[in-house]
Write a protein that binds this ligand. Structure first.
Ligand SMILES: Nc1ncnc2c1ncn2[C@@H]1O[C@H](COP(=O)(O)OP(=O)(O)O)[C@@H](O)[C@H]1O
Ligand SMILES: [Mg+2]
Ligand SMILES: [Zn+2]
Length: 491
């Protein structure tokens, strides 16, 4: 069976742990001198070696012939701990065993001396998840631990631990692993696994994994599994990571500005699937909003409101902090995005937009395709007139809070006039989606009427037909298409 690289390459000795020398040196020394604590607290972000070091320490303190503080990997104890059959080393996932009864069960066991080992070691992962009752029960144990027991507590969120617990532990803060260290480790593993990879590709992986060794190995795994015989290039990695830069950010923000939380969440889901580093993504979002803030201040952007952008920045910065504290990246970002969407949507906030499921539709896709294929130079200019008053119409729209989303989505749009139709040209599919709603369409029509002094119908501008065909049926075909797509109402 295929074993994920990060599991296969879990270091077995302190000396193989990368980038945590400030910790492994101290632990080796404690093992060497026999000055072992009864409670350790390992703190730090995900995938940087906390569990790994806890496992190594649990072996080293029990090993029959430790080598310079490392487990020997030869003795009976080392072998039984390696195969995870050693009963005296107990791993508890506090996320799923967080009740007071779980801690009571553990306390009852404590009175018995270990069967084979010198120490019974409890590794309590995600210890911040314990309930208050469980913490209290645990505290009693930590106050007077039996001589043959060692606790190793690990957490990504040490600020959630009661101070009384923390003060009874020897605390170690794990660091994010540097890009150089990650590259070197990946290179070593690739050599051992006979995986061909470019140095540039290693760099891209290191950057994307943001100091997390486990993330780095997972990315490597994905790249390798796409095509096992192929050399891994920078392009392959970028593809896997979906690093397409600003476009992705901009597209998501356009959806956010249109207030569509369903679509935004789907977008995030897609990004997540491509194993984009969501912390980095959050940082990029912050940068993007910051740029907009500057644009607004310098009056280069008149479509967005400074207060909304400041609010968004606050939300995103809070999200960034939460992620840094180790909260789930995806959930944190989802919450942020929903908040932003509801801020930007002109709709009543109590309306639960997430549950509004779009009807199945592929026509919309056609429209996006068509509208983005417009090439003005090809257009028979006699057929349509550029609508010079369009800016005025958009400005007027801004005053109507219920048209905020539409207005936002029409930011870079143009409009053309033909007979009694105003045809809108926009590459933002949201605009057309919004225009499918009668209320939205009617409000826009009112404004058009007001500005142009005459009633018009609205439709999508489609150059594909305009440029390719050259007869008077062109408009008819656009119009019938639009009717089909429910954008244009029947006359
Ligand atoms: N400092 C490190 N040095 C070498 N490999 C590491 C390091 N940190 C994590 N890894 C790799 O990532 C995997 C998961 O690490 P783990 O120790 O479980 O992380 P956590 O800090 O979340 O407990 C390990 O099996 C190992 O392959
Ligand atoms: Mg862990
Ligand atoms: Zn040993």
């Amino acid at each position: 069976m295929y074993k994920a690289l990060y599991r296969k390459w879990r270091p077995r000795k302190f000396d193989d742990v990368i980038g945590q020398n400030h910790i492994t040196d101290v632990l080796k020394n404690e093992v060497n001198t026999g000055r072992i604590s009864h409670a350790y607290l390992f703190v730090g972000s995900r995938g940087i070696g906390k569990t790994t070091c806890a496992k190594i320490l649990s072996r080293a303190v029990n090993c029959q012939n430790p080598v310079n503080g490392n487990p020997c990997e030869q003795c009976e104890i080392c072998k039984s701990t390696e195969s995870e059959t050693e009963l005296d080393i107990v791993e508890i996932d506090a996320a799923s065993n967080n009740g007071v009864e779980n801690i009571r069960d553990m306390r009852e066991e404590l009175v018995y001396t270990p069967t084979k080992c010198k120490y019974r070691v409890y590794i309590v992962d995600e210890v911040h998840m314990l309930s208050t009752g469980a913490f209290n029960a645990f505290l009693k144990t930590l106050e007077e631990p039996p001589a043959h027991v060692i606790f190793i507590l690990a957490t990504t969120e040490s600020h959630k631990l009661p101070a009384t617990i923390v003060s009874r532990c020897q605390k170690f803060v794990f660091h994010r692993v540097s890009n150089e260290d990650i590259c070197a480790r990946l290179k070593y593993i690739c050599e051992q696994e006979k995986i061909e990879i470019e140095d540039d590709a290693l760099n891209v992986i290191a950057q994307a994994s943001d100091g997390g060794m486990r993330d780095a190995l997972s990315i490597l795994d994905q790249c390798f599994n796409i095509n096992k015989s192929q050399k891994i290039t920078k392009e392959i990695v970028k593809n896997i990571l979906g690093i397409t830069g600003q476009d992705v950010i901009k597209n998501l923000c356009d959806i956010i500005f249109s207030g569509n939380s369903t679509e935004s969440l789907e977008f995030l889901e897609n990004i997540h699937k491509q194993s984009v580093n969501l912390l980095k993504f959050c940082e990029d979002l912050i940068k993007y909003f910051r740029d907009i803030m500057i644009e607004i201040i310098t009056k280069k952007n008149k479509n967005l409101i400074l207060e909304d952008i400041l609010y968004s920045l606050e939300i995103l910065q809070e999200t960034h902090r939460n992620i840094n504290f180790g909260n789930d990246r995806k959930i944190s970002l989802e919450i942020a995005i929903i908040k932003l969407c509801s801020r930007f949507s002109g709709k009543n906030k109590s309306e639960n937009k997430i549950q509004v499921k779009k009807e199945p539709e592929e026509p919309q896709e056609n429209i996006i395709k068509n509208t983005s294929e417009i090439d003005i130079s090809n257009i028979n200019t006699e057929l349509t007139d550029n609508l010079t008053e369009w800016r005025d119409i958009l400005t007027e729209m801004q005053k109507d809070s219920s048209l905020k989303s539409l207005c936002m989505s029409l930011k870079n749009s143009q409009a053309f006039k033909h007979e009694n139709y105003i045809l809108i040209k926009s590459t933002n599919s949201m605009a057309f989606e919004l225009l499918r709603k009668a209320e939205c369409r009617n409000s826009l029509k009112k404004i058009i009427h007001k500005i142009l002094g005459k009633a018009y119908n609205i439709g999508p501008y489609n150059s594909e037909n305009l440029s390719k065909t050259n007869n008077n049926n062109i408009l008819d075909s656009i119009i019938s298409k639009a009717k089909l797509h429910n954008i244009l109402e029947e006359n």
